[in-house]
Design a binder for this molecule. Structure first.
Ligand code: MN
Length: 197
């Protein structure tokens, strides 16, 4: 059985940037549904969730589209919740050093990320990813595509699907894209990057 990670905080932890009802519906309805759907397709396989995207050819060809979509949905939301917290935190250690080296400052990195998010067309995510050599890139991917499919390791992400913000922000996606940086958490990304490189 594949499962969504437990929500790392209370439903109201991201207020006032994201309201309680949005977090509740997003986690309990949207995120859980991807896990539920994934489990409909995979009963007899013993493949870790984060290996599904690169081992997709081990599944029956007629199921691969749904398996990839729903595995991506679980993985991307797992990372999204871990990219946020009640109190915002900055990158640490090797990740902080690399960001400062590549972007000049965290502030410049943040602005580059925000601009990338604003450019996403349709539903998807902005990710901070690393390749096998520790090179960082900010990318947009549509729908529930995961960077793992491109042999990139996702470190941090912002969900840009309308269900992430619509109750509070309606059509004003750019406000969500900017405000969310008051709740961003780089502890997960920093630890992952520290352990990889
Ligand atoms: Mn979502």
């Amino acid at each position: 059985m594949y499962q969504a990670i437990p929500l790392p905080y209370d439903y109201d932890a991201l207020k006032p940037v994201i309201d309680k009802q949005t977090v509740n519906i997003h986690y309990n309805k949207h995120h859980q549904k991807y896990a539920e759907n994934l489990n409909k397709y995979i009963q007899d396989y013993n493949i870790p969730l984060n290996q599904i995207p690169t081992r997709i050819d081990e599944f029956p060809i007629q199921d691969r589209g749904q398996i990839l979509y729903n595995a991506g949905g679980v993985l991307n939301h797992d990372l999204y919740w871990q990219s946020l917290n009640n109190i915002s935190s900055l990158p640490k250690g090797k990740l902080s050093k690399k960001i400062n080296n590549d972007y000049g400052s965290f502030e410049n990195f943040k602005q580059t990320f925000i601009n990338k998010s604003k450019n996403l067309v349709g539903s998807g995510y902005t990710f901070l990813v690393t390749d096998d050599n520790g090179n960082l890139t900010i990318i947009n991917l549509p729908n529930q595509e995961t960077p793992l499919s491109y042999n990139l390791i996702p470190l941090f992400t912002i969900d840009l699907w309308e269900h992430s913000y619509y109750l509070k922000y309606q059509n004003e996606r750019n406000k969500y894209i900017e405000n969310i940086w008051n709740k961003t958490n780089f502890d997960y990304a920093s630890t992952l990057y520290e352990n990889l490189f």
